[in-house]
Design a protein. Structure first.
Lengths: 379, 297
């Protein structure tokens, strides 16, 4: 018996010494070593019913998006993340590179860079992939000013954690974004009232029914800071700016500026409970040869996670469109989310849309599932 | 404008003020305790998660990035329990803390693991941890290995203080061994005690103190209990005379209360980390309190 104890002691001490002398073996060294990236897939199935009978996408439950991801380190402190997606656009599926970027995680203390196709950090929500959002759709202001599927141009961004006694990050980016393809009728013009009440003639073009988004050469900047208000409460504030052209610049010659301010207040009263209040305000300025369009948009989103498995949320949207003939949209949404596992979520959303007096009620159902290790930068 | 620049410069100087202490950021409050024991006065440790949080579900916050930005050492639980730490390390851009760097410590290194899955692993098994069960700190004997990993990290950060750290480590091990012997003596009368646990968090604890885990409130890790599962568990508990339901303080009460009402089993609600409950001020208190509760059943 003594021998067994002595051997156990020797083995234990040797094992401990080995653990100490060898330093810390990395986590990935457990199990069978494998030189593979993290490969994952996220699927989004959704559908909605609508009181608008002209909505030809209603009453269908379909695969809306499939996102595949390949993620891993390509060099010490250099990471590659490639997200490829199949999206449903109207009745067609289109493949696209959602994001494909290389991150230089530490160029110098506090300084990092990203190059490639990236969800630009404009405001709080544009960066987030749709499947990570706590809602089935995106706020109307983001759709109207940044595009239907987030603004993700090609280029580079530099981010710097400011040497201040609280979290503060400044970043700048230079990008190129593809303009939307569309067919323009050359004589499709209209006389509209400018901001100074004078009448100007502008090209209407089919963009009235197309997306607007920033395009061409874009420059972005963002400053955000966070302040812990207590052990379980944190406030984040941010301002963003963007300068570039509109997605139909070749016809409208519109130089654009987009300014934004956002806040996020989070409060964690217990292990699984969390209250979130988030808002963004955006102002778009389209400078066209015949005048200047100024448009505003905002959303306010409140969410209460009241248990490990359930969230209840509400959102108010206000958004003007980006086009010469202005519309005003006011939406009210109620959102219930049930988390089935860490990677699978079921969501129901009611949305009341008031688009310049035209009212629509919608009911959404969304199922999001994940396969494999999938991660995103901290949002 | 000049005033603004001067103010920013003053803030930057304040933020960058040098301090001789080794700044350590840990994922859990237990790791913080161990860092403080091994590092002593040379260390200023902060935990990202509080003792009352479920380490599977900690939400990264900007203030955590700020802590890591200034840190000399990060100590994580590992085994995919605290995957949220990765995004924080990347966001902090602190070259000392990246994977494999001198300031990166995985406390699980060298811990003999239980419940390592074999073969195909997928979500049909629930939220399973592919490297093995990550709740290893609930065997107090494993804390010697965890503290050993921390010791190695601290020596890398401050080699000149190695003798101090070695002495602190030896002091901790001595105290732990004494406590462990006492706990095992206390638990000897409960050897073979059958328990149902909420989550599969207790295999290391059960092995150390001779408990028999008869089932879990969750049908699979991370999956909420269904009525059918609870019914089956009631039958099993009655058949096997399971008298204790052991659950973490943060898990929902509904399932354990349902079982307790139907079987008469008592619910032992345990704080599983330092600071996670009343009179659980240290890592050693975690075991004092749980054993106290279990032994009184």
């Amino acid at each position: 018996m003594r021998k067994i104890i002595a051997i156990a002691l020797v083995v234990g001490v040797c094992g401990l010494a080995a653990a100490q002398e060898a330093g810390t073996p990395p986590q990935g060294m457990r199990g069978t070593p494998a030189n593979l990236p993290d490969i994952s897939l996220v699927g989004v199935i959704d559908g909605h019913t609508s009181s608008n009978k002209a909505d030809d996408t209603r009453d269908k439950l379909e695969f809306n998006e499939v996102e595949t991801a390949f993620q891993g380190y390509i060099y010490p402190e250099m990471k590659a993340d490639v997200f490829l997606a199949l999206h449903k656009h109207g009745t067609e599926y289109e493949s696209e590179i959602c994001e494909a970027k290389v991150s230089f995680l530490s160029l110098a203390e506090g300084l990092s860079a990203e190059v490639g196709k990236v969800n630009a950090e404009f405001g709080k929500m544009n960066k987030a992939h749709s499947h990570t959002r706590a809602m089935a759709d995106q706020p109307a202001a983001l759709t109207n000013f940044l595009g239907e599927h987030a603004l993700n141009p090609q280029g580079a961004a530099l981010k710097y954690l400011l040497p201040l006694p609280f979290y503060a990050q400044a970043q700048v980016g230079a990008w190129t974004a593809a303009a939307h393809e569309h067919h323009v009728e050359g004589d499709n013009t209209a006389d509209v009232l400018d901001v100074d009440q004078s009448t100007v003639t502008v090209v209407l073009a089919p963009e009235e029914t197309e997306d607007f988004s920033p395009a061409g050469k874009l420059y972005t900047a963002r400053l955000n800071a966070a302040f812990p208000l207590a052990d379980g409460a944190e406030l984040e504030l941010g301002v963003s700016g963007l300068k570039g052209k509109g997605s139909h610049w070749e016809h409208h010659q519109d130089n654009i500026k987009l300014a934004g301010a956002d806040f996020t207040l989070k409060f964690w009263p217990s292990a699984y409970r969390r209250f979130t209040l988030q808002g963004e305000y955006l102002r778009l300025t389209r400078d066209v040869p015949v005048g200047k369009l100024k448009r505003d948009g905002l959303y306010v989103f409140g969410n209460y996670r009241f248990s490990k498995y359930w969230d209840l949320g509400a959102r108010f949207d206000y958004a003007e469109n980006a086009f010469p003939v202005i519309t005003y949209e006011r939406d009210y949404s109620l959102i219930a989310t049930r988390r089935l596992t860490e990677t699978t979520t079921l969501r129901a959303q009611y949305k009341h849309i008031n688009l310049s007096g035209e009212k629509t009620d919608e009911g959404w159902l969304q199922l999001i599932f994940g396969l494999g290790p999938h991660s995103h930068e901290m949002e | 404008m000049k005033k603004l620049f001067l103010s920013l410069a003053a803030l930057a100087c304040w933020a960058g003020a040098a301090n001789a202490e080794i700044k350590v950021v840990t994922a859990s409050s237990d790791l913080k305790y161990l860092c403080e024991r091994v590092g002593g006065a040379e260390v200023k440790a902060e935990s990202l998660a509080s003792g009352g949080q479920d380490l599977h579900m900690v939400e990264p916050r900007p203030s955590m990035v700020f802590k890591l930005k200034k840190a000399d050492l990060v100590v994580r639980v590992g085994l995919d329990l605290d995957m949220w730490v990765d995004s924080l390390i990347n966001a902090a851009r602190n070259p000392r803390l990246f994977y494999g760097a001198a300031g990166y410590v995985d406390a699980s290194a060298g811990v003999p693991l239980l419940e390592k899955p074999e073969g195909k692993v997928d979500a049909s098994m629930g939220d399973i941890h592919i490297y093995g069960n990550p709740h290893y700190w609930l065997d107090p004997a494993n804390s010697k290995i965890m503290a050993g990993n921390i010791l190695a990290g601290l020596k890398r950060a401050a080699p000149d203080k190695a003798a101090v750290f070695d002495a602190n480590y030896a002091g901790f091990v001595k105290e732990l061994d004494e406590k462990l012997a006492g706990w095992q003596t206390r638990m000897a009368k409960c050897t073979g005690l059958k328990v149902v646990t909420y989550h599969g968090s207790w295999p290391y604890f059960a092995r150390r103190f001779g408990l028999d885990v008869a089932g879990h409130v969750e049908p699979r890790p991370g999956i909420p209990p269904s009525a059918a599962h609870l019914d089956a568990l009631v039958k099993k508990m009655k058949a096997e005379n399971v008298r204790v339901i052991l659950t973490e303080s943060y898990y929902p009460r509904k399932g354990p209360e349902f079982l307790s009402e139907r079987t008469g089993a008592k619910i032992v609600t345990a704080a599983v980390s330092t600071g996670g409950g009343k009179n659980v001020e240290t890592y050693l208190d975690v075991f004092e309190r749980v054993l106290e509760e279990l032994c009184s059943k």
